[in-house]
Design a protein around this ligand. Sequence first.
Ligand code: SAH
Length: 245
Amino acid sequence: MSEKPVNLSTTPRLHVAQPLVQGASIALPLPQSHYLAQVMRRQPGDFVRLFDGASGEWAARLVSVGRKAVVAVVESQSAPQEITADLWLCAAPLKRDRFDWVAEKACELGVSRLVPVVTQRTNMGKLNLDRLRAHMVEAAEQCGRTALPLVAEPVSLADLLRNWPAGRALVFADEAGGESLVGGCARAPAPAGVLIGPEGGFSDGERAAIRGVLGAIAVSLGPRILRADTAAAVAVGVWQAVTRG
Ligand code: SAH
């Protein structure tokens, strides 16, 4: 009897830490095993899609399914490694849930690196980078990414600007006004970064310092003041649309 064709688009998609190669046997960690066995009710012989962040996406077949331990064997590559646009999102940390949301959207919108930037008015509690990474992994599983964005250590605005790489455009969302977002992004092909301030905005001194960076392009996101999380998603989404079609 021939096998039923596999519809990979409805097959669970999971990130694993272990490097994936054809024939590798992958013992899935407890939460993923629980998800596949108990929530998705998968059986031995069923397929999952796995990605390790570096080698594209792979179809893997479940060879043993226990309530807490599921093992899959990698069969074939189902998608190549994505080519990521080199776009950094540099954003002041926000209250926990809001910044988790920013991390999730940054991943969905194809950012290559999230850089938490500490500004004068940044209201930073404890920033848990592992939590941010976990949100990005979940977003990558859901949206089909095969490359996970890097989450950088927090950096002060002064250090970010001092060390801004030559040749990298800096799209600065300036709440006090700037050129149109579409026009600014068109002048800022990759490698580029988008810079978003905290809820309290940038100080005048900070705004002047950012504008002084070689490659900085101050843009307006429109006539209304957006929340910082909204501003991050809009600026990144428009940059992707303008520079990548
Ligand atoms: N409290 C500040 C607003 C901060 S909004 C004030 O009232 O002026 C948070 C960040 O989102 C800003 O620092 C900026 O980077 C971005 N932002 C929000 N609305 C914007 C707009 N209309 N144009 C450009 N940037 C904007």
